[in-house]
Design a protein around this ligand. Structure first.
Ligand code: TMP
Ligand code: ASP
Length: 234
């Protein structure tokens, strides 16, 4: 499927139209940002690694009955996906305390949550993706109650599937962010599932294998993504 026109360029991906109005090409870049774009850098080969990791995970989720925008991997850096009307609400799922939750409630990183915690964020670069709740999402028209119900149910289903998937491969799924959109009236899981938007810790050593290595200048970022790819392909 040929790319026709660039329709969106984000921090880590670029989207292109195709000859089919229902399908778009999602191109993964090596650029990395953190802290609302204040920190910028490049992770060598990240685009290729994330395209492959996301392809593997979307295919696995589809095989377990989760509806996603994924159609097929086209080449090293590109996948064909269904065109979505993006719902501007990000769903974060947490199994272990880390990152902003640790800061917000002053709880030590690594504390195991007795149940998964779901959080909603309004997708807005100028506002820095503020945390919101269901009321905000509905009253301000970001998503309907039905869409939120489906997003939350899918997020919890994905959590069960992927926590087990990573666990079997020696990785703890600490937390991650999901995005959803509507295609032909159906809510589908969109965006990507990669170490850019997930916290992944080695089960034995608790070593970080995700974008926190870039955010916190821990080094060996590309190596960590390579290791995640190797493990998810096994
Ligand atoms: P947080 O602890 O910074 O709120 O992040 C929770 C999870 O969501 C973490 O796995 C990283 C992911 N995430 C993104 O993918 N994009 C974002 O803009 C933010 C804030 C978090
Ligand atoms: N990707 C987001 C940014 O560029 C946040 C993050 O991943 O830390 O700010």
């Amino acid at each position: 499927m040929e790319k026709i026109e660039k329709i969106y360029e984000g921090k880590a991906k670029t989207l292109y139209t195709t000859s089919d109005p229902d399908l778009i090409v999602q191109h993964f870049k090596d650029e990395a940002t953190a802290f609302d774009g204040k920190k910028k850098g490049t992770i060598e080969q990240k685009g290729v690694l994330n395209n492959k990791i996301s392809t593997r995970i979307f295919k696995y989720l589809e095989s377990k009955g989760v509806k996603t925008h994924f159609v097929e991997m086209l080449n090293d850096r590109e996948m064909l996906v269904k065109k979505l009307r993006i719902i501007p609400v990000e769903v974060v799922v947490r199994n272990i305390v880390a990152g902003s939750l640790s800061k917000r409630l002053a709880i030590e990183e690594g504390a195991v949550l007795k149940e998964p915690v779901l959080e909603l964020f309004y997708k807005s670069d100028p506002l820095g993706d503020p945390m919101i709740n269901r009321c905000h999402a509905m009253v301000f028209g970001f998503a309907t109650a039905e869409e939120l119900d489906q997003m939350e149910a899918t997020a919890l289903k994905v959590n069960k599937i992927l926590s087990a998937f990573f666990d079997e491969r020696g990785i703890i799924l600490v937390d991650y962010k999901l995005e959803f959109g509507v295609h032909k009236g159906e809510v589908l899981l969109g965006d990507e599932i990669t170490p850019d938007g997930c916290r992944l810790w080695d089960k034995q050593t608790h070593e970080k294998m995700d974008k926190d290595r870039f955010r916190r200048d821990l080094g060996k970022v590309e190596e960590a993504y390579q290791e995640v790819l190797k493990k998810v392909m096994s």
